[in-house]
Design a protein around this ligand. Structure first.
Ligand code: SF4
Ligand code: SF4
Length: 107
């Protein structure tokens, strides 16, 4: 279990990443994403996943939504997107934190 301080720090970073990505939407990250390559769907790539996270953070979608959960848990956390992002958005960290939020909502 992560400490309260670590969780608060992660929440702040994830919220900042979601806002940055939602404003930028450049898509440089999609190139190396293995799940985007297979599925050929925006929501299975890093930019799409970040849009979903932004929507969840802004209460537009629920953390317990099955479609949302599928997109978040299908990420391989390989960090190919992170290496390509000009804004240093750490998608694997975002996925890790959001998986924790989903687990918390569902237990
Ligand atoms: S970390 Fe996830 S979103 Fe990023 S490239 Fe890997 S599978 Fe795709
Ligand atoms: S490269 Fe970075 S800022 Fe651009 S869409 Fe991907 S995650 Fe968002």
């Amino acid at each position: 279990m992560m400490s309260k301080g670590v969780l608060e720090d992660m929440r702040e970073r994830v919220s900042k990443y979601a806002d940055i990505c939602n404003r930028c939407r450049c898509g440089f990250c999609r190139e190396g994403c293995p799940t985007f390559k297979i599925k050929k769907m925006e929501s299975f790539g890093p930019r799409g996943r970040m849009s979903l996270v932004w929507a969840a953070f802004n209460n537009i979608i629920e953390y317990t939504d099955n479609s949302f959960i599928e997109k978040i848990f299908s990420c391989a956390t390989c960090a190919q997107c992170k290496e390509r992002c000009p804004n240093d958005v750490d998608v694997p960290l975002v996925m890790e934190y959001v998986r924790y939020l989903i687990w918390k909502e569902k237990r």
